[in-house]
Design a protein around this ligand. Structure first.
Ligand code: F6P
Length: 375
């Protein structure tokens, strides 16, 4: 029998730990199963353009600690809806057959897709077209269904927490309100967890549209008790009650997630300054949260995901994503993840933790407490 061949690609926004997964896949495929691994460049774009390389253990040596992805990534190409401009007219074309041809021409036995909801949704649709697919859950947003945590999240949480720590001292020295805007798209995990870890005074989440009067009241109360500075951790996806999210821009060629969030903290800061007359400053962490070396937690998680993904190929358990549930690595059907997002549940225990240490969530306390008991 000829050697089995696995294709691997990284899709969507990058994050620390991608290289650790690639390394784990290549090494375990070679060491345990004698499989060959083909690395596909720039996510699904590489499948459409036929851009790939053979990955040997040598090529992945030394990448465990490196951020980014040696394969490159792309968060715009959806083979099921490629945006083209023909004679000045915008068209959305289904090119997914080219991915199937790529897979067959290379004689792949399986495709391991490392990515978030967009990448895994496309993987699931390719599985419907007959490809043997295994998914690995990546994202700093931690918003994938069926897994307790995605790799990349812990590294981003660490970066955000360190930033909050640094802003604390300057906020204190200057008696200022400091807002720090973190990523996370429509999920508040990054803001909630870095906010608690960094001792944020107010945390604004997409799951709880904020009331500016509550934000102002929380800062005023701190002042009354002698705390002349405040730290507000703002999730980029939050918005005022009855209002809407703030977009940095809309990306026309991206059919799956055209809206790029960013800048809501400027809106909140202006309102705080206007209502309280306290000097207020904004730091938007942006892509810093996606860079740097993965934390030990993410290296471990990424390596475990990688090993389990190759085992699934060996077991011929296709069209599943590897997931961490409790302390177990389990396969979950990829359709359970496709097109869905895992938000912070309204009764999540960390909300109670935040409130218990006196952190405001920018909404009337009763609102959160009532949500917690399901009323
Ligand atoms: O999904 C990861 C993420 O970093 C989000 O937190 C953020 O909203 C988005 O990607 C930013 O995307 P881009 O790199 O295209 O600006």
């Amino acid at each position: 029998m000829s050697k089995q061949r696995i294709g691997v690609l990284t899709g969507g926004g990058d994050c620390p730990g991608l290289n650790a997964v690639i390394r784990g896949i290549v090494k375990s495929a070679a060491n345990r199963f004698g499989y060959e691994v083909i690395g596909i460049f720039d996510g699904y774009r590489g499948m459409l353009e036929g851009n790939f390389t053979i990955l040997t253990s040598d090529k992945v040596s030394g990448i465990l600690t490196q951020g980014g992805t040696i394969l490159g990534t792309d968060n715009k190409t959806n083979p099921f809806g490629v945006v083209e401009h023909v004679n000045g007219e915008r068209q959305v074309v289904d090119k997914s057959d080219a991915c199937v041809d790529f897979y067959n021409d290379l004689g792949l036995d399986a495709l391991i897709a490392i990515g978030g909801d967009g990448t895994l949704t496309i993987a699931g649709k390719l599985a419907e077209k007959g490809l043997n697919v295994v998914g690995v859950p990546k994202t700093i947003d931690n918003d994938l269904m069926e897994t307790d945590i995605t790799f990349g999240f812990d590294s981003a949480r660490t970066t955000a927490t360190e930033a909050i720590d640094k802003l604390h001292t300057t906020a204190q020295s200057h008696h200022r309100v400091m807002l720090v805007e973190v990523m996370g798209r429509n999920a508040g995990w990054l803001a909630l967890e870095s906010g608690i870890a960094g001792g944020g005074d107010i945390i604004l989440l997409p799951e709880f549209p904020y009331h500016i009067d509550e934000v102002v009241a929380a800062i005023r109360k701190r002042h009354r008790f002698g705390k002349k500075f405040s730290i507000v951790v703002v999730s980029e996806g939050t918005y005022p009650e009855g209002g809407h999210q703030v977009y940095r821009k809309i990306v026309e060629e991206d059919t799956s997630a055209p809206a790029r969030l960013g800048g809501v903290s400027n809106v909140v800061a202006d309102q705080i300054e206007e209502k309280l007359g306290i000097e207020t400053r904004v730091t938007i962490l942006g892509h810093l949260q996606r860079g740097g070396t993965p934390t030990p937690f993410d290296r471990l998680l990424a390596t475990q995901f990688a090993i389990r993904a190759v085992e699934l190929v060996d077991e011929r358990k296709f069209n599943h994503m590897v997931a961490l549930q409790g302390n177990k690595m389990v396969p979950v059907p990829i359709e359970k993840v496709m097109g869905k997002q895992r938000n912070v549940p309204k009764d999540h225990y960390l909300l109670k933790v935040a409130l218990s240490v006196g952190t405001s969530l920018g909404v009337p306390m009763e609102k959160v407490v009532n949500e917690q008991v399901g009323t």
